[in-house]
Design a protein around this ligand. Structure first.
Ligand code: DP6
Length: 332
């Protein structure tokens, strides 16, 4: 009987963003990025070898129902499985089922968690246990670069090199600074322009070179602020970084607008929270939803404030996570 393996792999939120690729086919970034691994936003994926030649890729619903994955997703997952078969040297077809703990394609980096969980579960099902560095590389080969940072917990740096290995590295463990991430979901629709197209267009922005020139200093200051657990320094840096990502997107050709009026309303609320003395700072990925970072003691107040913003559909509570794990809650 084939081994059935289920992996949970977390999403992550970048403080310094991957935006623009030096080689999109290998998901190698122009610039280093740095993220915090999340705890409650994760993908759960079950993998098992099956007889036959074709992989079977399914999506699980919260009630446990399984349906065939849409063609586009199944094809991408199938290509990812080819990398894993190559790495493990075992040519077997797999049955895969996956579910996210959070809305897919809502700017919450569902692909990072999903492809990392797939890499972890499938390589185990094929008889191999990847190290964190190997998992990082395998997850990245899915084409979702940010998946490289989901392979470990805590604060994670993904350097920019031309090296095919290019794994992410943990720069501080989860218990170094258990920050909270309160997410204002203002739109759960799939984003209209993929990150992939965003990476492709980034260099067309007249501001891209300036961004690249700004980044080394910003990254160094972000790393120092993390080391010193200094939110008053870290916060403005991550807001500046998120706004710059969107500035590049908006000034790319063709332009990409991810924000909605509700995004701006949430950003405005975060600024007014700070005027009351609360340390809360916002960041956004390639989508309209806003991640608000704060200390654990302030998360309740931040969540209540974000819930009251007109246009917020729901508020998700997340925080520092410890990285991928194997579980026995199988999906089939
Ligand atoms: C804005 O190419 O990793 O989230 O596959 O959609 O997760 P997905 O995108 P990917 O680019 C990530 C872009 C970003 C910034 C970041 O997470 O670094």
């Amino acid at each position: 009987m084939s081994v059935k393996v289920t992996a949970c792999a977390p999403s992550n939120i970048a403080f310094i963003k991957y935006w623009g690729a030096r080689d999109l086919s290998r998901a190698l970034p122009v610039n280093p990025s740095l993220s915090m691994t999340l705890r409650t936003s994760y993908a759960r994926t079950t993998a098992a070898e099956i007889d036959g030649k074709s992989d079977v890729i399914e999506l699980a619903a919260p009630d446990g129902t399984l349906t065939r994955a849409p063609d586009g997703f199944a094809a991408r997952a199938g290509r990812h499985l080819e990398h894993l078969r190559e790495w493990t040297g075992r040519r077997a077809a797999l049955r895969i089922a996956t579910i996210n703990s959070f809305p897919s394609d809502a700017g919450l980096a569902s692909s990072a968690a999903g492809f990392c969980a797939l890499a972890f579960a499938a390589s185990h099902a094929l008889g191999h246990t990847p190290s964190a560095a190997e998992l990082s590389r395998l997850a990245r080969l899915s084409g979702s670069g940010s998946a490289a940072r989901s392979a470990m917990g805590g604060f994670v740096l993904w350097p920019s090199t031309d090296d095919d290995e290019s794994p992410a590295v943990a720069v501080a463990p989860p218990d170094h600074w258990p920050l909270e991430n309160v997410i204002a979901v203002v739109d759960t629709e799939a984003k209209k322009v993929s990150s992939r197209d965003g990476h492709r267009r980034a260099a067309t922005s007249p501001h891209f070179e300036t961004r690249l020139a700004n980044l080394p200093d910003r990254l160094a200051r972000v790393q120092r602020a993390i080391q010193e657990r200094d939110l008053a320094t870290l916060g403005p840096l991550i807001e500046e970084e998120a706004i710059e990502l969107h500035l590049i997107a908006m000034s790319s050709s063709p332009a990409i607008f991810y924000w909605t009026p509700a995004t701006l309303a949430v950003l405005d609320r975060v600024r007014s929270l700070r005027e009351t003395g609360l340390q809360a700072y916002a960041t956004m990925d390639a989508g309209p939803n806003v991640h608000v970072l704060c200390e654990a003691d302030d998360a309740e107040r931040v969540a209540a404030a974000l819930e009251a913003v007109p246009g917020t559909e729901r508020v998700l509570r997340d925080g520092m996570g410890t990285g991928p794990v194997l579980v026995d809650r199988h999906l089939f």
